[in-house]
Design a protein around this ligand. Structure first.
Ligand code: MF3
Ligand code: CO
Length: 249
């Protein structure tokens, strides 16, 4: 069941979404070679604390950290570690959720560490644009398949692989609500979008084959062929004529 949020409920979602946006913006400039992925996690935890936000992922289904930090061929759900040191040329995806007022916000970015290859830069750019393209289809009366297909078609037209095992989702009083939002699909299919739906849309793309495996830690998803992957996500509210990005400052 897809919950429709009242304007008052959307107001209540704003602080958590803003806390996520602020933290990711600060992480973007904090990232540099030599830091461990655990350093990023601690930094995120402290940022959220300052804004009186609770980490949403910590202990969610047993996930052990504030931030998901996925480097290079890692797609999503990388567990922060003191042993994983960022190096020049890496790309790092940072995914985070926060809770304030009993409402969740969820967003992700992928950023370069120092100087990266042209291929990696293109992957990051296409992934972010695929999210923008999907968001441009969101409005009351559109179908979810319009959004999903726009993301997938954009990604494939630009030579990227579309990860199919993970999807976006509704978000609100829970981190994961209906509907599930694949990053591929057919226009004119799926649920009709209505004002007040709040959605976390999150394309994950690969530079090579999109097949994935899960590491023995039970969380980290990596591309089977070792190609780099990127991830962008926003929490948005559907409006009559488009959407409002809530995970924006
Ligand atoms: N960002 C992931 C999502 O959007 C959530 C990670 S779940 C956790 O669905 F378990 F890692 F916390
Ligand atoms: Co999400």
């Amino acid at each position: 069941m897809i919950y429709i949020k009242s304007p008052e409920e959307i107001e209540l979602m704003r602080p958590a979404c803003r806390a996520v946006a602020v933290t990711l913006r600060k992480l973007r400039s904090f990232v540099r070679p030599g830091l461990s992925t655990l350093d990023l996690d601690r930094f995120a935890f402290d940022c959220l604390k300052e804004m009186n936000a609770k980490p949403a992922f910590l202990n969610y289904n047993g996930y052990p950290a504030t931030l998901c930090v996925s480097v290079n061929e890692e797609i999503v759900h990388g567990i922060p570690s003191a042993k994983r040191i960022l190096r020049n040329g890496d790309i790092v995806s940072m995914d985070m959720g926060a809770v304030i007022n009993g409402f969740y916000g969820d967003a992700a970015i992928t950023v370069p560490v120092g100087e990266i290859s042209g291929g990696a830069a293109k992957l990051i750019e296409v992934t972010e644009r695929s999210l923008d393209t999907g968001l441009s289809k969101v409005k009351a009366g559109a179908r979810l398949g319009d959004v999903s297909s726009a993301i997938g078609n954009y990604a494939e037209a630009h030579g990227m692989g579309v990860i199919e095992e993970f999807t976006g989702h509704g978000v609100g009083r829970r981190l994961h609500e209906d509907p599930s939002i694949p990053n591929y699909g057919c226009p004119g299919t799926g649920p009709v979008l209505k004002p007040g739906m709040t959605l976390a849309i999150e394309p994950m793309l690969s530079l090579g084959d999109p097949e994935l495996i899960i590491l023995k830690d039970g969380w980290t998803a990596i591309t089977e062929d070792g190609s780099y992957a990127a991830h962008f996500e926003h929490t948005v509210a559907v409006t009559e004529d488009g959407c409002e990005i809530l995970t924006k400052e």
